[in-house]
Write a protein that binds this ligand. Structure first.
Ligand SMILES: O=C(CCC(O)(O)[C@H](Cc1ccccc1)NC(=O)c1ccccc1)N[C@@H](Cc1c[nH]c2ccccc12)C(=O)O
Ligand SMILES: [Zn+2]
Length: 610
């Protein structure tokens, strides 16, 4: 074969060693900042990022000097294909510096945002009535509520309409509103980088990861199939909320006020399970009280999760993981609390950073994060350019697949987090309902986040109408509305981590669909018989073997091939049939409950609840 290819292969070997070293240094400085948000750590990160960009630019120049498209070896060709996309390092140094500076500062603003307690809010209002305008300094001192765990707990626990509306608005004033101008500049610089890489805009560059020219229509088709499930859940929950908050607050054919769903972004509705579940009086499926009663610690939660992975014959967490991970919110410094899983590119050092709260929801998140680490461990022997998910949705799905088994009443009982199981049709409906509040409620949010962002990057949405467009999409797809009037002074997308964090989001919509394809395939491998929602793959070495076969590939093959392996040749596509099969008993029950009621919602002003 042509000498170029042999040289190209040599080049890749040298590149791989250097890339792992440079990656280690870059990730380490990123970690130092994320786990201690000081000015010094920010400057170190910004400097290290420029060094890393220089290395990438050098490698890109060398790689593009090869005629790699003619290479015969598919793997070598694929490695060069990945190397040929330089990313933001293609920007001239000054612009890259500005982009990284804006990025670090938006992350800082979001992660250190605090709000005042509602009680204090009421006091302040009283004081202003008697025109006493010198607010005592104590007010500022008490405004120390963070998103995690304080505000998250309030949104789950409070059922006071006005307190929830206050917290909902205060968070947006202190996070999103503050970064609007920076985000507008961030979009310009991101698009400059995308165009330097030959893409029309950054949205197109992000979608490249799915290696599919039918990706957008595939997503639309999935949403069309899943909309009936969502509409039925929405109609039922709306009715329950009307009976709780009154029909002067929520219209029977209108959107649901976004602050009443137990989550800051109404992205999952687990927070309202207690008072909306179909058959009250059954043993609660939210095992948070048992976790607290057993004095469970964050470390216990991580050990429970690791034990599930090893029960399948998958890899355990290596010693550096337990040594360096940050699994509890520190009390002496500011950190980025939003959970994440880190690969330090040296085949040894892997870490999770999570401000773990002792709740069932956080036990699920622990599995989610550990799923990322398991994927890292499984593809560790691949070349560095193949040490990615088959597509980003695959990376998000790993932990969630195991969590589907962990959440079953049977499994929760096995790990003595549940003392009794309601093993009857009503108990099953309650269980499916609790999983639907996590998974079905999430689908429109998982879809609209990047519909909005792709619109901004492409210019279809102008910067003057960013917030209006956001609430149009929130109404159209989610059927929720803002309890407080929104204007273009606000920037509500910026109140969700992934916007200042610049993390693509469609990966989660993809994950929530394919994780049920994976669950179905692994349950079959485990020899499960009976309904899919009752399956627990715990201790199945056959399921672990199949999962490992797929994860080891990393991104060395297109994700369609990985999907074919996972499903035993059944399909190479994203398929909504397994998620629909999983929830079928609940959907039939909801349709029955909703048969005399309106499905769907209308509103003539997306910027305020009707
Ligand atoms: O953001 C997360 C979990 C955090 C993460 O593990 O996905 C993390 C996000 C992140 C990406 C990049 C930098 C910093 C944080 N992603 C990773 O750690 C990660 C690891 C390997 C590859 C790619 C990403 N979940 C999303 C989606 C979601 C909502 N509810 C859920 C329940 C279970 C699982 C996911 C979700 C959210 O909270 O809105
Ligand atoms: Zn994730």
């Amino acid at each position: 074969d042509n000498p170029d290819e042999a040289e190209g292969f040599e080049f890749l070997q040298t590149y791989d060693k250097r890339a792992s070293q440079e990656c280690y240094l870059s990730v380490l400085s990123n970690w130092a900042y994320a786990t201690n948000l000081t000015e010094e750590n920010k400057q170190n990160l910004l400097e290290r990022s420029l060094v890393y960009a220089e290395f990438q630019k050098e490698a890109w120049k060398n790689a593009t000097s090869f005629a790699w498209k003619q290479f015969k070896n598919p793997s070598t060709r694929r490695l060069f294909k990945f190397l040929s996309i330089l990313g933001t390092a293609a920007l001239p140094t000054e612009k890259l510096k500005e982009l990284n500076e804006i990025s670090a500062s938006m992350e800082d603003t979001y992660s250190t945002s605090k709000i005042c307690p509602y009680s204090l809010q009421v006091v302040i209002t009283d004081e202003s009535e008697n025109l006493d305008d010198d607010k005592s300094s104590s007010e500022e001192e008490n405004c120390t509520l963070s998103l995690e765990p304080d505000i998250t707990r309030i949104l789950k626990k409070s059922q006071n309409y006005d307190e929830l509306a206050y917290v909902w608005k205060a968070w947006r004033d202190s996070s999103g509103k503050k970064i609007r101008k920076r985000y507008e500049r961030f979009v310009e610089l991101s698009n400059d980088a995308a165009r330097l890489n030959g893409f029309a805009d950054m949205g197109e560059m992000w979608r490249e990861s799915y290696e599919s020219d039918t990706f957008l229509e595939d997503l639309e088709n999935l949403w069309k199939q899943l909309l009936p499930l969502y509409e039925n859940l929405h109609a039922y929950v709306r009715r329950k909320l009307i009976s709780k908050y009154g029909n002067d607050k929520i219209r029977p054919d209108g959107p649901i006020p976004a602050h009443l769903l137990g989550n800051m972004w109404a992205q999952d509705w687990a927070g309202v399970q207690e008072f909306t579940e179909p058959y009250p009086g059954k043993p609660s499926l939210d095992v948070t009280p048992q976790m607290v009663e057993q004095n469970m610690t964050a470390l216990d939660m991580f050990n429970i999760s690791e034990e599930f992975f090893s029960s399948l014959g998958l890899k355990e967490m290596p010693p550096p993981f337990w040594e360096h991970s940050v699994i509890e919110k520190p009390t002496d410094r500011e950190i980025v609390c939003h959970a994440s899983a880190w690969d330090f590119c040296n085949g040894k050092d892997y870490r999770i950073k999570q401000c773990t709260d002792i709740t069932m929801q956080d036990l699920i998140t622990v599995h989610h994060e550990m799923g990322h680490i398991e994927y890292y461990l499984q593809y560790a022997d691949q070349p560095s350019l193949f040490r990615e998910g088959a597509n980003p949705g695959f990376h998000e799905a790993v932990g969630d697949v195991l969590a589907l088994s962990v959440s079953t009443p049977k499994h929760l009982k096995a790990i003595s987090l549940l003392n009794e199981i309601a093993d009857d049709p009503e108990g099953d409906i309650n269980y499916l309902y609790s999983i639907a509040l996590d998974k079905i409620s999430f689908l429109p949010f998982g879809y609209l986040m990047d519909l909005w962002r792709w619109g901004i990057f492409s210019g279809n949405t102008s910067v003057e109408e960013m917030n209006t467009k956001w609430w149009e999409l929130r109404l159209k797809y989610q059927g929720v509305c803002p309890p407080v009037k929104r204007t273009e002074e606000d920037f509500d997308p910026g109140a969700k981590y992934h916007i200042p964090g610049n993390t693509p989001y469609i990966r989660y919509f993809v994950s929530f669909v394919i994780q049920f394809q994976f669950h179905k395939a692994l349950c079959e491998a485990a020899g499960h018989e009976g309904p899919l929602y009752k399956c627990d793959i715990y201790q199945s070495k056959e399921a672990g073997k199949l999962l490992s076969q797929v994860l080891q590939l990393g991104s060395s093959k297109p994700w369609t091939e990985a999907m074919k392996i996972m499903t035993g040749g059944k399909t190479n596509k994203m398929d909504a049939a397994p998620i629909i099969e999983y929830f079928d008993p609940l959907i039939q029950w909801l349709k029955e409950q909703n048969k005399n009621y309106t499905l769907g919602w209308t509103s003539n002003d997306p910027t305020i609840c009707p």
